[in-house]
Design a protein around this ligand. Structure first.
Ligand SMILES: Cc1cc2nc3c(=O)[nH]c(=O)nc-3n(C[C@H](O)[C@H](O)[C@H](O)COP(=O)(O)O)c2cc1C
Length: 338
């Protein structure tokens, strides 16, 4: 690990960056991460008390959520003028120690890249939007940019464009929902995490659809019903979904790949937000072993490990969606013993 011993960085700046990073998406808004902060470093740990075993038996969603917060942190630090060097999984004996980030003040803080500032703004604007999207195509130039953002983080973003792959993916989502909903442990876990938010954890009713059925052929996970109304849909008659479906994949399927896939998901969603697009992660078909294999073999051609499905498209007009709550940032931070 880097033994950098330069000047300590400003503690308040680091806390503010962690606070902004905590806006990262996470499965059921579980925020399964904690931080240990030293004078020149920030360490990211998975918070195993916030793992959802009935939904996420493999821990994939937990690793992806931690990858998303790591990428959010990198953006927030860079926008605050701090240079960060990231060592992923720095200690083979500590599986929950996901990243060690060495910090130093960047030379010439006036030169914070405009792109980083734009992404930092997108952190506050991004929402998981579970409604139907409109019918306008996502321009191919935008798709190319999202594919490039994923590649920069070491992941592959595949567009599910042909009718066959789209049908297979939608079928896998429906099958996964049926299998999960037949498990009482899954039903109890979903009820405990959604439809209310306690101490800044979980998804409140205002972010959940009153009627999830009908979002893109049942792509929406059935949560506890909320108070959010569907958009009119692409034909303006309350049906269908104009969302583009994308699958993020990686060459391997270990914790490092899942962490990197989370970073890529964050990079893609923040970039999409900058482009004015709505996004919604869909992890259900990858939480069930048999539907995950279907996505791997019949949607990705057996060449990649699927990590996350994303819906991307044009949100219905009207007021922006409200933000989901977050835990108090100080409850997530420990100071490194001196
Ligand atoms: C790994 C992962 C899996 C997710 N899976 C789903 C999902 O299957 N369905 C869904 O509606 N939202 C899903 N989400 C979105 C979260 O519910 C959402 O990020 C969280 O409630 C916080 O809300 P926000 O994204 O609007 O800030 C997922 C997010 C992550 C990071």
């Amino acid at each position: 690990m880097n033994q950098y011993t330069g000047p300590a960085v400003d503690e308040r700046t680091v806390r503010a960056a962690i606070d902004l990073a905590s806006r990262a998406p996470s499965v059921h808004n579980s925020q399964p991460w904690r931080w240990v902060v030293g004078p020149r470093s920030v360490h990211l740990y998975a918070d195993l008390r916030r793992w959802l075993p009935a939904t996420d038996a493999d821990g994939r969603d937990m690793a992806l959520s931690c990858g998303a917060v790591l990428h959010h942190l990198r953006v927030a630090l860079s926008a605050a003028g701090l240079a960060a060097e990231v060592h992923r999984l720095p200690n083979p004996d500590e599986g929950d120690h996901l990243a060690a980030v060495t910090l130093r003040a960047a030379k010439g803080t006036g030169a914070v890249a405009e792109a980083d500032l734009g992404l930092a703004i997108a952190i506050s604007e991004r929402r998981t939007d579970r409604r139907r999207y409109g019918s306008w195509d996502v321009p191919s130039a935008f798709v190319d940019e999202m594919v490039a953002r994923a590649a920069e983080q070491g992941a592959v973003l595949r567009v599910v464009s042909d009718g066959y792959s789209r049908r297979v993916l939608l079928g896998a989502i429906r099958d996964a929902a049926r299998i999960q909903e037949s498990d009482p442990r899954y039903r109890a876990e979903t009820a405990a995490w959604t439809g209310m938010a306690v101490d800044g954890l979980g998804v409140p009713p205002r972010n959940l659809l009153r009627d999830p059925v009908g979002t893109g052929g049942d792509t929406a996970r059935r949560f506890t019903p909320g108070t959010l109304d569907q958009g009119p849909g692409p034909d303006g008659e309350g049906a269908g979904d104009g969302a583009l479906l994308l699958v993020l994949g990686t060459a391997s399927d270990d914790t490092l790949s899942q962490l990197r896939a989370g970073e890529a998901a964050s990079a893609v969603m923040l970039h999409a937000t900058r482009l004015g697009l709505a996004t919604c992660p869909l992890s259900q078909p990858l939480e069930v072993g048999e539907t995950r294999i279907v996505v791997r073999d019949r949607v990705l051609g057996g060449t990649l490990s699927p990590q996350l499905v994303l819906r991307v498209g044009w949100a219905p007009g009207g007021k922006p969606l409200p933000a989901t709550p977050r835990r108090a940032v100080d409850d997530t931070i420990e100071r490194m013993p001196r």
